[in-house]
Design a protein around this ligand. Structure first.
Ligand code: SF4
Length: 363
């Protein structure tokens, strides 16, 4: 049992009412040991819909579809790295892979002020694809939305006949046409892999945030009403990943809440120095009472990204005991992230020519 049980049981407790309301199943402990990745052992994956189908495929070495979509609406931050790290886990479990770089979605769902034309969305798509390649995704696993096969677009339009204006309004609270189009593309991304022109009928898995569940439910409902035989897609749900400031989300529109994969060493140091921690008012008080890693944004960064389990446990323990103070902890975290980012940025720069080909050339 990991020492940091808090991220499992406490978080599940926090989410219990959400699970009940939406009918989500908590991710069972018995599966966590069967899936060798920190996202499972550390309780970062909190819930699922029909994950047992995918687990069965993994354990019996049967094929399944691994599909994630990321809208090209800005540079990637560490929250996007989490999506890609999970995608890579399933890829390594021999999935059929669809990492969708969603340039059309990025353009359609963002206001003109932010995304004036497709050219801008494609510029983001190029840097996003380069980041994904640098994070270990193969070019053939990257599917750029605007470069897809005719059958993909046909299928997207077929889906439009399965959704009424009222259904859309009930789920999303509006019927903005750009967003309707973006959503159709997102449903298509998740479902099209099971068409006979692609992989054919088989289970599929997508990792999402709990707040995206209404979207997952509609996609699952669509799968049941298609004129094609298909498996209802499975989903797993991440616990909420907060921003660096108190009560914030990591967001591209508030740059100080997130660490971007393109951030300089100085930006990372500054953002971490200003992050919300679980430290006490003075060093003396912290030595006496210990810190509160359970509310600390710096510790959350380590929880999601530091692979070394023993080191994570040490930091948690020594913080609680008041032996490890925020100043050294912030320096440690900045150094750890900067070490990763330095290598990543070099790799991503080398991947730009392949990314340009994927985004700009006809497939
Ligand atoms: Fe957070 Fe580290 Fe301070 Fe503990 S020592 S509260 S983990 S910054």
């Amino acid at each position: 049992m990991p020492e940091i049980d808090l991220w499992g049981s406490e978080v599940i407790k926090d989410y219990e009412h959400v699970f009940k309301e939406f009918g989500l199943s908590p991710f069972p402990d018995k599966w966590k040991t069967r899936l060798k990745h920190r996202f499972f052992s550390r309780g970062i994956i909190v819930a699922h819909r029909d994950f047992q189908k995918v687990l069965k495929c993994i354990e019996s070495r049967k094929p399944f579809i691994n599909i994630t979509g990321i809208a090209s609406s800005g540079p990637f931050h560490l929250g996007h790295k989490v999506d890609i790290d999970l995608f890579r886990f399933f890829k390594e479990a021999r999935a059929r892979n669809y990492l969708c770089i969603c340039d059309l979605d990025g353009y359609l769902s963002r206001p003109d002020k932010k995304m004036p034309d497709m050219k801008k969305a494609k510029e983001f798509a190029i840097v996003n694809a380069a980041d994904a390649l640098a994070l270990g995704i193969a070019p053939q696993d990257i599917k750029v939305q605007s470069r897809r096969e005719t059958r993909y677009y046909e299928f997207t339009l077929e889906l439009s006949k399965k959704i009424t204006k009222n259904m859309f309004q009930a789920i999303y609270g509006h019927i903005d046409l750009g967003k309707v189009a973006a959503n159709l593309l997102q449903y298509s991304d998740i479902l099209h892999g099971q068409l006979e022109e692609f992989e054919g009928k088989m289970p599929s898995i997508t990792g999402i945030g709990i707040d995206q569940d209404p979207h997952a439910r509609l996609t699952r409902d669509l799968a049941k009403r298609l004129p094609y035989s298909s498996e209802v897609p499975s989903f797993i749900y991440f616990r909420h990943q907060s921003g660096l400031k108190e009560n914030t989300k990591m967001s591209a529109s508030m740059p100080d809440t997130a660490i971007f994969l393109k951030d300089s060493k100085q930006e990372v140091e500054r953002k971490i120095a200003n992050a919300f921690t679980g430290g006490r008012n003075t060093a003396e008080e912290q030595r006496k009472l210990g810190g509160r890693p359970e509310v600390c944004k710096v510790h959350e960064l380590l929880l999601f990204h530091l692979e070394d389990e023993k080191e994570l446990q040490r930091i948690w323990r020594e913080c609680k005991q008041g032996k490890w103070l925020c100043r050294e902890c912030k320096q440690y975290t900045a150094k750890f992230l900067n070490g990763f980012l330095k290598k990543h940025q070099k790799r991503a720069a080398e991947k730009i020519p392949i990314a340009k080909k994927l985004v700009l050339e006809k497939s």
